[in-house]
Ligand binder design. Sequence first.
Ligand code: PMP
Length: 429
Amino acid sequence: KDQYIGPDEVLRKKKDYIIPCVYHFYSKPMQLVKGEMQYLYDTTGKQYLDCFAGVSVVNCGHCHPEITKAVCDQVTTLQHTCTIFLTENIVNLAERLAQVTPGRLQKTFFCSSGSEANEGAALLASIYTGNQEFISLRQGLHGRTKLGMSLTGLQMWRTDTSPVGGISFAPNAYCYRCPYGKRHPECDLACANEIETIIKTTTSGQVAALIAEPIQGNGGIITPPPGYFKRVKEILEKYNILLIVDEVQTGFGRTGKMFAIEHYGVEPDIMTMAKALGNGVPVGAFTTRPDIADKYTRPGASTLGGNPVTSAAALATLEVLKKNNLPQQAAELGLYLKTGLTELQKKYPLLGDIRGHGLMLGAELVKPDKSPAPEQLDAILEQMKDRGFLIGKNGPDRNVMAFQPPLVINRKDLDNLLNNLNDILAAIH
Ligand code: PMP
């Protein structure tokens, strides 16, 4: 296609026809029209290094040829039936997920998004335990549906003025701004320990599950210290509360392991997935142990969940991740990027904290008094965009620069990224 309506007309139509909750970045946005592995292109043909991958979605790269072929082959053969008729991609995909997810996780339900996966996981936890209450972490994000949003701690995403009740919030493991003013490991994981106090004092005791992202994405790449999830799991087991791990943003190689919870050596009771599972094709899922799954016997089908096309995309995605060793590549390149960012941090105190694992890294921008510096971040992101680098932004104060590129990025790309960032930071400094 060589004729596009252009960014101004896109903005006008967006204003007229899209519900305004759908927001966008940049004061002067471009219109993206093409993607190729780690690169994106706008209407003028300008190339951008994608350092955000559509929020950890396109882990295998934009329009990866093998995934594209699998989707095209399936879309021209059989697009959709529904799960009352037998097709094989859905069961092959569930079998593959059982092989790659931790421990005894084995049985999967498919849907089309992360919000739906979390809704389903919460429902399953209630069915299994007979309990209705939940515990969630501050600054977490679990979806935009009624319950998903109610489980979400991040104020920016809590639009609902009458959220679902029975949800208690525990502190997140935010070591850079520890609410107890302590340091790890002397803190003895005070934030994890507080979950027990919350169970005993804030809840009625009838708690179905605690839901948590292993690394909080939108919350600001909040990376819990070692041992955190082991302690959380011990506490939950004492009270027969399930652990739902939301791997929607962290899953599928992003953090240098297939799933981020593997960094903590903990087996969740239910794991939710979406985003990178389809590499851009809408797939959501939750996987659990057979003893939990087998309590969910009443009809619960999703019309498009596990559809032949979306399942073909996910199967091809898992194949590409494995064949190219992308989790390992994310670990190595992530270390390279983190080292580069840490070098920049030594020169520029604006970079207050560098955190994350693999290619899920955050740089928290702060003023000299450690207060958040969101205006400086906006200026940097706009300039980086003009130089051809698309970087994300998150955190409760919108002051965390988020690096979550396709895992197929290379060292040369990262050198370019770091050099350009250095130029801009030097000019500000
Ligand atoms: N969980 C997490 C951790 C997420 O980051 C998101 C989306 N940003 C969701 C759930 C919701 O996923 P979706 O937008 O696919 O509904």
